[in-house]
Design a protein around this ligand. Structure first.
Ligand SMILES: Cc1cc2nc3c(=O)[nH]c(=O)nc-3n(C[C@H](O)[C@H](O)[C@H](O)COP(=O)(O)OP(=O)(O)OC[C@H]3O[C@@H](n4cnc5c(N)ncnc54)[C@H](O)[C@@H]3O)c2cc1C
Ligand code: SF4
Ligand code: SF4
Length: 1001
């Protein structure tokens, strides 16, 4: 894997910085010292002020190192001046350990290479910025993987996994990251580069020198701890599979006892960037299991389920995950998860998911059979239990069970388990399910009593939470509902944390079994470990980092969990303008602005984010181009953390301008942050304050221009073909000269239909539809509309054409909301009466169809618009939804098609319809798991956006090249322009309906 892999935009076009640079002297010095970039501008600093936690601290600046030498230079420079330094990966930490008033070293951008692998030795060496997803993808061909599997591994990196000692659902099998870190190249707090790996006790002693250099003093302090503190460590560290609170001293002691070695790299695991900065790591690997099988156990009571956990562990599962009734009930109410909840046996109040690894499918089935035989009554397993297999003769606790042995079914089980987070984090109220005691770990056999006490504690504090996650190792995710914008809420949070720590101590657990100490839990380490070990932690920290410059405050420092909250009682929100759209969520636009919790899901590759979100991040690899970056900046601008107003020229052009409005985040973000809608609001306000450019006005009025172009065709087409005309257009209007401009047809679709009329009698028709001829179809590509009419009629539909052509989409996507509202009103007025009389409304262009189906509801309210939205369909959606294509006799063309769906269709989950219809028509269809094409209406035509548009498009082009299809089809007009403009293309690809028309017998 090469550093800087993936497509990139023309960096000269976007510098991603604001003009306001803090500490320019420091910047100049650092730029002199290193090859990587140094960004201390206000925007970069605010972008790195948050992680996935409830905290926010503005850093001093951000550095993107390219090498170990860069890191050493920065640390050494900062050490001389006692300036704090904070290493950072994906910034997906939940406890606030990745925000600090420090110089941030972002490893994720350039230091992300897989340096070397030795499959035979099950060994790899990598830079800390590599995502675990990329690491595992590179290892898969050798049948190997980096075994710890934090849920966000596709977005989080190796350095972060070491920093947090991460692990995931399969920790029962694999343990934590500490078990896999063999050796680390590190930069110490004074800038020294050295290597930490295994040494014998004798070597440790030989290297130790309390009066030597920094490294020698570190060895000396560790030797002292091992000499003097082992009893205290034995006594105070909880006996758990998962404990990531405090420093990893119990692991170091265990390695010494079991293997006779001391590994300082192990001590870095879970140190949260406070001891040293990792610049390369050697890790051991595990084989990918041959096969997996799962059981879903249904219980009528949460405590019953918890009680069963320790008996289940006797069956040697790879994972035991729990889901309680609070989540099951919430999941049942959502469109996304209702189907997975439906599979649950009636009366289920708690679920345990148990996964096994096995050598063969048969063996996997038998493991499930053994588990069921042991604890359910009258449930027939798919295989016979093993004779003399594991039996703990557990009491019958699960009242029913399901099995999953195929990938699809197992994915459904895991989807159910993962439903928790999106549901809990979709609240736009001031009170939110906040992370501060969300990963306590308890010996599994004590879970029933612990959960009962925990529930009572929450009742006392007048709040509630759900209980889910990794029951097997005793780690529960619990996020009480708290409003940290009030003093009472902050006090409530601190009091709950304090009492939960008591509970944890009482049950022999830990305050963190997964996410680390950070700002949320550091202060509780004192109570958890006692004063002696607390001081040992501090001495160790001082030995590694005499001036406490490395991520100071975390693990054993003085951070207070109630300080630096992202939403605190002083938090104020003022958008600076009145919202124009309808917001049906709690707290309206403000609620949406505050919804992003920073999980970093939008920084993932396509296959892990749901498909579309966030194309601009994937193209540019820059935080400011991810939904998270935009959401953070918007909230910071509206709450006064940034000096800018969101409608300021610079803010618009640097922060919001590159959002292409694909709506990917509205569907793919776990909390459904709708950045396209937010951008529409802000752009509208911008137009109100500053007016609008000629180009924006032209695009917003494209319907009028297209009507004119059609009336004047072919002259209008010739004009732009005049030599030099495109350069003039680029210079004057800002439309990229390399982009193919649309041409116009003299005979529009409406003209054609007016002459031809409908061919299926209304009386004889199965259904009647008004085909809305959108601007592009009507004036530029009437052949697509003609194909649509033919196919609809072949399907027995009586078709009429609407008089209007402007859906309002062009104005809407340019933020001219009064204009798009006027178009919506006119279309509702024109079409709602027909809908009331039983007509359907059909469009061939997805973005216009979604305008009717979704965006109109943001512009207007009332029964008429709702009924119109409900009865409007994209063409293939219409055929599929009402089984209309089954009326058609198809000629079975047999051609292999590659299908690229439109991002707006994907956002409304209507992408699959075309694939089904094309297949039934006799095509062999390869549906691409593609995102946005990068054109996004007018975006790709705009001079300054051309390189971003192409960079996004190149991801799609690669997918097209990898597909076996002979012909690409795409329903979106912009997608067809983008695909037509790629080097390998002769012409624009067809719309699926043209292929359907060609397949009519
Ligand atoms: C939705 C969601 C699900 C999650 N699920 C899990 C889970 O299943 N299991 C789990 O363990 N965690 C989980 N987490 C927490 C988090 O994703 C993991 O801990 C992850 O491994 C952190 O990686 P990162 O790249 O985001 O690290 P960051 O947040 O960037 O950094 C984490 C810590 O490591 C330090 N660090 C980073 N790079 C270096 C370096 N080069 N040298 C030294 N220190 C460094 C940082 O200073 C920081 O203290 C989840 C988080 C979210 C939002
Ligand atoms: S936008 Fe969504 S996916 Fe991205 S960080 Fe925010 S909540 Fe997570
Ligand atoms: S609308 Fe698209 S480009 Fe904009 S933030 Fe969301 S996913 Fe990214």
């Amino acid at each position: 894997m090469a550093t800087d892999s993936g497509p990139s935009t023309d960096e000269s076009a976007y510098d991603y910085r604001s003009d306001d640079v803090a500490r320019p002297g420091l910047v100049a010095d650092l730029e002199e010292l290193i090859e990587g970039e140094v960004r201390f501008d206000e925007y970069s600093r605010q972008l790195y002020a948050t992680d996935a936690s409830i905290y926010e601290v503005t850093p001093i600046g951000v550095v993107f190192p390219r090498s170990t030498a860069d890191v050493a230079a920065v640390v050494s420079y900062c050490a001389d001046r006692e300036i704090p330094v904070l290493p950072r990966g994906g910034g997906t930490s939940l406890a606030g350990q990745t925000v600090n008033e420090a110089v941030v070293l972002d490893f994720s951008q350039h230091m992300d290479a897989l340096v070397e692998t030795r499959p035979d030795d099950r060994w790899a060496r990598a830079q800390p910025g590599i995502t675990l997803g990329d690491l595992n993808a590179a290892l898969a061909d050798d049948g190997l993987k980096f075994a710890p599997d934090p849920a966000w591994g596709d977005k989080s990196v190796l350095g972060g996994a070491i920093g947090n000692n991460s692990t995931g659902a399969h920790s029962l099998k694999y343990g934590k990251t500490d078990a896999y870190v063999e050796e680390c190249e590190v930069v110490l707090a004074d800038g020294t580069v050295t290597t930490f790996g295994e040494v014998t006790r004798d070597e440790l002693r030989a290297r130790a020198d309390p009066d030597g250099d920094l490294e020698a003093r570190i060895y000396a302090e560790l030797e002292r701890v091992l000499e003097e503190e082992q009893d205290e460590i034995d006594a105070r560290y909880p006996d758990l599979k998962r404990n990531v609170s405090g420093y990893n001293l119990d692991w170091v002691v265990q390695e010494l006892r079991e293997d006779g070695v001391v590994n300082l790299a192990s001590l870095l695991a879970g140190s949260e960037g406070t001891l040293a900065v990792v610049t390369e790591a050697e890790v051991s690997l595990e084989p990918i299991p041959a096969t997996k099988s799962m059981a879903l156990l249904a219980y009528d009571d949460l405590i019953e389920a918890m009680t069963d956990v320790s008996d289940i562990l006797e069956h040697d599962p790879a994972a035991v995950e729990i889901l309680d009734d609070v989540l099951v009930d919430m999941a049942r109410e959502t469109a996304e998860f209702a189907d997975v909840v439906d599979m649950l046996p009636g009366g289920t109040r708690a679920v345990l998911l148990v996964e096994f690894y096995a050598e063969t499918d048969e063996a996997g089935k038998r493991k499930v059979a053994d588990l069921l035989a042991d604890r359910t009554d009258g449930v027939d397993a798919q295989a016979d239990p093993t004779d003399g297999g594991v039996s703990v003769s557990a009491p019958v606790r699960a009242f029913d069970a399901l099995e999953a042995h195929e990938d699809a079914q197992r994915e459904k089980f895991w989807k159910l388990r993962k439903s928790g987070l999106p549901i809990l984090l979709s609240r736009t109220t001031d009170a939110k399910h906040v992370a501060f005691i969300e990963d306590t770990a308890i010996p599994p056999e004590r879970l029933p009593e612990y959960v009962a006490d925990f529930q009572a504690l929450l009742d006392e504090h007048d709040t509630f939470a759900s209980f889910y996650a990794h029951a097997g190792p005793g780690v529960l995710h619990i996020r009480p509902l708290v409003n940290t914008k009030t003093v009472a809420g902050v006090e409530q949070m601190a009091a709950i944390a304090d009492e939960v720590t008591d509970l944890v101590v009482k049950y022999g657990g830990s305050v963190s079994g997964e996410h680390g100490d950070g700002r949320a839990r550091t202060q509780w380490n004192r109570k958890l470990y006692g004063e002696d070990l607390w001081n040992t932690f501090r001495d160790l920290k001082t030995a590694f980092d005499p001036d406490w410059i490395l991520n100071p405050g975390q693990v054993c420092g003085d951070v207070d969990m109630t300080e630096h909250l992202r939403f605190d009682p002083e938090y104020e929100f003022d958008a600076g303008f009145e919202e124009t759209l309808e917001w049906d969520n709690d707290n309206g636009m403000q609620g949406m602005v505050e919804l992003c919790h920073g999980c970093g899901g939008c920084r993932g590759p396509q296959e892990t984010t749901g498909g579309v979100m966030c194309p601009t991040y994937r193209a540019a690899d820059e935080e400011i181009t991810a939904t998270r970056g935009r959401a953070n900046m918007l909230r910071q601008a509206m709450s006064g953390d940034l000096p800018d107003d969101p409608t300021d020229e610079e803010f618009m052009s640097e922060v919001l301008d590159l959002c292409i409005g694909c709506k990917g985040c509205a569907k793919d973000c776990p909390s459904e942050v709708d950045m396209a809608k937010l951008k529409a609001e802000v752009t509208h306000a911008y137009h109100q304050e500053h007016g609008s450019s000629l180009r924006d006005k032209l695009f917003a009025n494209v319907d009028t221009l297209a009507r004119l172009g059609s009336a004047l065709a072919p002259l209008s087409n010739a004009a732009s073909a005049v030599p030099g005309a495109r350069t003039v257009i680029e210079k004057t209007v800002g439309i990229a000269s390399d982009r193919t401009l649309p041409t116009f047809e003299r005979e529009s679709l409406q003209d054609w239909f007016a002459d031809r009329g409908p061919q299926v009698d209304e009386a004889a028709a199965d259904r009647k539809a008004v085909l809305f001829p959108d601007t592009y179809t009507n004036y530029s590509h009437p052949e697509i509309g003609r194909a649509a009419v033919e196919v609809l009629e072949a399907a027995g539909v009586h078709v009429q054409l609407a008089d209007r052509t402007d859906s309002g989409r062009p104005a809407h996507s340019k933020g001219f909301l009064e204009k798009s509202r006027a178009a919506a009103e006119q279309n509702v007025e024109a079409l709602a009466p027909a809908v009331a009389e039983g007509w359907d409304v059909v469009l061939v262009e997805p973005s216009d169809a979604v305008m009717f189906q979704l965006d109109y509801l943001d512009l207007l309210s009332g029964a008429a618009v709702e009924t119109l939205a409900e009865n409007t369909y994209g063409l293939c959606e219409y055929l599929d939804r009402f089984d209309l294509d089954r009326n058609v006799e198809w000629a079975a063309p047999g051609e292999a098609l590659t299908y690229h769906g439109h991002c707006h269709q994907k956002a409304t989950k209507k992408d699959h319809h075309a694939v089904g219809v094309l297949r039934r028509a006799g095509y062999d269809v390869d549906p691409l798991d593609s995102g946005c094409c990068g054109m996004a209406g007018s975006f790709g035509y705009e001079r300054e956006h051309f390189s971003m548009s192409k960079a996004i498009g190149s991801i799609l082009f690669d997918q097209v090249d990898d597909s076996d299809g002979e012909t690409v089809v795409a329903p979106g007009a912009s997608c067809r322009t983008q695909l037509g403009d790629r080097d390998a293309a002769d012409a624009e690809p067809p719309h699926p309906v043209e292929k359907l028309a060609a397949a009519l017998a």
